[in-house]
Design a protein around this ligand. Structure first.
Ligand SMILES: Nc1ncnc2c1ncn2[C@@H]1O[C@H](COP(=O)(O)OP(=O)(O)O)[C@@H](O)[C@H]1O
Ligand SMILES: [Mg+2]
Length: 320
């Protein structure tokens, strides 16, 4: 696995002018730190296993990870990367305002990926990084950049050497030919908590990571009062951070009490537009064609109805 040493990684980062970044495995970080998202974790553990055992010829070329903001996409993939034992390279924003630079930089990145050998390539906010086939007003640059990505990812001779992982809250903005089999054919959508078990799991796992002890009384409150809320990992992180702050201010630092949590919950407002979040959630559902990766309530929903709802939300959110 150590076929790319730390010094080589730094050289490569320099060669690509900081437009790629290696994610180094962090000790003790694994998918166990991720709450809920069971189906996605299971699939990613299988991919990690295939890589560790050299069975790379059956691994997908690309994995799409859609989900609303804050649901834990970046965190899940960081944990996966750490668990995998493979070099993980993240592609950053490489577009430049200088004529010719954008395509030259993209070529460097793709050449580097090709030369590396077993590697996971991570693209966050993938809809923006890949762009679309119809470049708007840039004399065809976006179109060519998109085409180069599509050709590279569609190159099946690279199967088993590279897995691409693309995260986005708007998979609908990703061109349809990126989503076909052979490119990002596998979609692992992530969702906010669906029930009290999910909410409790989020609180337990995030509290463990933040080294906060939650009493049975607090956990009972979480189930009772918050069990119905569609909370995400980042919501729970925000609530627990506030509760901890309350505890520290009240000078019982190591003991987050029920009143601290109640105070944190009552002052917590999700700052994001609920319509936009609903839009992102439906986009995630629509991007997935495998029921195993959908929460039960979406498994048998009519696609036509979802598309209608999606169109309605798109209108509502565009007006602002
Ligand atoms: N399922 C989860 N389990 C544990 N922590 C989570 C989870 N989802 C989110 N978090 C926490 O919330 C933070 C923000 O999530 P992030 O991965 O940035 O969301 P996204 O990339 O989907 O917008 C993470 O850094 C992590 O600390
Ligand atoms: Mg993210």
């Amino acid at each position: 696995m150590e076929h790319v040493s730390a010094s080589k990684k730094r050289l490569i980062e320099e060669y690509c002018q900081g437009l790629v970044r290696f994610k180094d495995p962090k000790p003790g970080v694994s998918l166990d730190l991720v709450a809920t998202h069971d189906a996605a974790k299971k699939k990613l553990r299988e991919v990690a296993w295939l890589f560790k055992n050299g069975k790379t010829d059956v691994v997908e070329r690309g994995i799409l990870v859609p989900g609303r903001v804050g649901v834990g996409k970046s965190f899940l993939i960081d944990c996966f990367a750490s668990e995998c034992g493979l070099p993980v390279m993240e592609i950053g924003e490489f577009r430049s305002k200088w004529v010719g630079d954008t395509e030259r930089q993209q070529m460097r990145i793709l050449m580097t990926v090709r030369a590396l050998g077993p590697v996971i390539v991570v693209v966050d906010e993938a809809d923006a990084v890949f762009g679309s086939r119809e470049g708007d007003s840039d004399s065809g640059v976006s179109g060519r950049v998109f085409a180069a990505f599509a050709a590279h990812i569609g190159d099946s001779s690279l199967r088993g050497r590279e897995v691409w992982v693309a995260m986005t809250s708007r998979p609908d903005l990703l061109a349809i030919d990126m989503k076909r089999q052979g490119r990002f054919g596998l979609s692992l959508p992530l969702f906010a908590a669906q029930n009290a078990d999910d909410v409790a799991n989020l609180f337990e796992v995030v509290a463990r990571v933040k080294k906060i002890d939650l009493s049975d009384e607090v956990l009972a409150f979480v189930r009772e009062e918050l069990g119905e809320r569609p909370l995400t990992g980042s919501d729970v992180e925000a609530i627990l951070t506030r509760a901890k702050e309350q505890a520290v201010l009240a000078q019982h630092d190591d003991d987050v009490r029920l009143e601290d949590l109640q105070e944190a919950v009552s002052s917590f407002v999700d700052p994001l537009d609920p319509n936009l979040l609903a839009l992102q959630e439906i986009a995630a559902v629509l991007s997935c064609s495998d029921k195993r990766y959908l929460p039960p309530r979406y498994r048998d929903t009519d696609r036509g109805a979802l598309l209608d709802e999606f169109a309605r939300l798109k209108m509502t959110t565009a007006r602002r």
